[in-house]
Design a protein around this ligand. Sequence first.
Ligand code: ANZ
Length: 840
Amino acid sequence: MSEQPTPPSDQREEREERENSYDVASVEAKWRGVWDELQPFKADDEAVASGRKEKRYALTMFPYPSGDLHMGHAEVTALHDVIARYWWQRGYEVLNPMGWDSFGLPAENAAIRNDAHPADYTYGNIATQLESFQRYAVSFDWSRRFNTSDPSYYRWTQWLFLKFHEKGLAYRKNSPVNWCPQDQTVLANEQVVDGACERCGAEVTKRELTQWYFRTTAYAQELLDALDDLQPTWSDKVINAQRNWIGRSEGAHVTFTVETAEGARDLEVYTTRPDTLYGATFMVVAADAALAAEIVAPERREALEDYLAQVRKASDIDRLATDRPKTGVDLGVTATNPVSGEQVPVWASDYVLADYGTGAIMAVPAHDQRDLDFARAMGLPVRRVIDTGEENPEESGVATTGNGTYVNSGPLDGLTDKATGIRTIIERLEAEGRGSGAVNFRLRDWLLSRQRYWGAPIPIIHCPVDGEVPVPEDQLPVELPELRGADLKPKGSSPLGAAADWMHVTCPRCGGPATRDTDTMDTFVDSSWYFLRYVSPHDDTQAFDTRLADMWGPVDLYVGGDEHAVLHLLYARFFTKALRDMGLVSWDEPFSAYLSQGKVINNGRKMSKSLGNGVSLGEQLELYGVDAVRLTLVFASPPEDNIDWADVSPGGALKFLQRAWRLSGDVASEVGSDPAAGDLGLRRVTHKTLREAENLVENHRFNVMVARTMELVNATRKVIDAGAGPADPAVREAVEAVAILLSLVAPYTAEEMWERLGHEPTVARAGWPTVDEALLVDETVTAVVQVQGKVKARLEVAPDVSEADLEAAAMADEAVVRAIDGRPVRKVVVRAPKLVNIVV
Ligand code: ANZ
């Protein structure tokens, strides 16, 4: 070592600091420019179409542009990107697109709060988010981006609506609907959570309105059945939520006859317990169903109307609550039981829902608690038809629901088997034409019209002569009128009604005066097909190219949050099935696998403004850089778990990245040098790490993959410092592996390492190293070689060494050759992998 003047200590420290770490900000700036040039993640249709490469479709939920990106976005995209980047490294052609779910209430409400036009507000935020996403370096194919609020997109949303309309899958009807008094708009059932608006939390009430629906119920059974196939690759939480939401129940329709002022008419009920028919002591009709008003006796009409006024104020949750005092009115008519001929009174109450089953029930108070509560409140009779051995419900006030012996039940008396009871009654009803077995779903049709501005206008024209007339296809899109300066605050009717020029049109059929539908579509319509648009995002001749959809789809992995378990995920499944039946896609399910990520919380609580525990993504990126934040989010826990920001260490993540980066400066061997001559122990660690990483990534154990990478970094450092040193080609092999592993999580650091290792960018497309199976063999075994019964050598061999290889190795051993000393070998006994016995 040559003598050098020692620099003053502060200067030296500064230099060491500089040499031992990279400057995060300049590295980020440097590589973004290079990647923009290279466009390494552009999905090539041709590569897949020609069969040259196998496809993978990676998708993560596109954001609402309601502000800049936050920790939640940072988490989901960091996790998602591990898979997408891994697929590229494994040689797949990857479609990994991104865009914006830019229509809808969140953006509209935020715009109104900020006194801005929704378009300005939305597109401003999109620009901000795009900038953040690009800095965050997610491997999206930006050439495919679109916003659902672009006319070039919603033109096709409207076109799809018309296709659904043509097939009878979109229709309009008048019914009591969920109304959010805060947002002043209707909500789909899926958007009502515990009786409150999913968006703003206001308590939801009911309103009688004419609205547009998608016939999701037409696919109820298929949506349910297909969950069995999705179960292995979807989270249990989502599968169960969808199962419950679809809510299949089996029972029977039973037809009673009711005597009204206008004469006799049928009154059909849905019941899961037709076997209790002899215990029906009264009937209850939903007070707000049209049926109640149709059958009520004239002298009871006023009482019903008074009662209705009261009911309309209550939410469904309140109405179904079992602990709520029962209310109702006697409709003054009676119904005849189809099997016993008994006449029972008919009541109206709010505990029966208008839109479930038939909106009417037979009340069996002895065996249904709500019916019993109602009977006791109104002084109606109770008759036990199943003796369970418990106290008679009439006395105890507790309905019995278990099995027992049928009593007071005509042909069923004495029977103890429920299934037989049910079957017997259904057979009898069917024979007499008074009922049949029936299946019922809790799933309702999807209410899709909204009385708000910021959405795709419903492409229908209302004509006094022709009724509902679809807007002709060549007139799409029906563009949203700008309505600049207009008051877009929610006020119960659609703001589009204010655009007189836009609204008044001529009927495409008769040419007479007509008006446009002024409602807009629920944002969930936009996101029900966006994954299809990505396959041909710039095609202005069709919604999506069916050939390309068949080629890229279905999505191989969808990453997103559980909050969409029954909204978006169910709607997208419904759309896919409907489009399949129209011949527009060939697959049945849109998302082959679904990974739901946890939330980023802080100090054990959800981040929120009111708690003041929010963590700003921008600030974290300034402090630690993109890679350290991404690494922190991936390393913190398995993807499904919540991450508490108070428990993690982005500073520690940055230190690790600098340590990994330093390795790349300590490689002295040439690019392409043969690692075979290098440190065997390190080579084993490298290859085992790569193989493990393959399994870990494929099973979404990304955090463990990072832990293994850290171990590899440590093992490499040891060999550099204490082993053969920087010139060892095994060190190069290990550091290259580290760079490739890190390219899945920390793209800037990985790229910087790759360059220092003497390679061209980009490491993201370097390709996964080939794992040498021989190096995965766990340990060696010592084989003993005996000549004439005496141990002459000990060989280190693989545990699965073959007899021939072991014998050859023994015969070649120097000590053994000496012991044989040229004598003819008479016999060799080989017991692999432990023993070779040579007799001369
Ligand atoms: C008679 C009976 C006897 C019932 C008995 C239950 C127990 P699921 O499983 O949810 O489908 N029901 C039917 N329509 C209703 C409506 N519109 N509003 C409120 N309740 C309604 O439940 C079906 C059962 O819920 C039906 O079976 C009916 O009560 C009630 F021992 O009929 B059952």
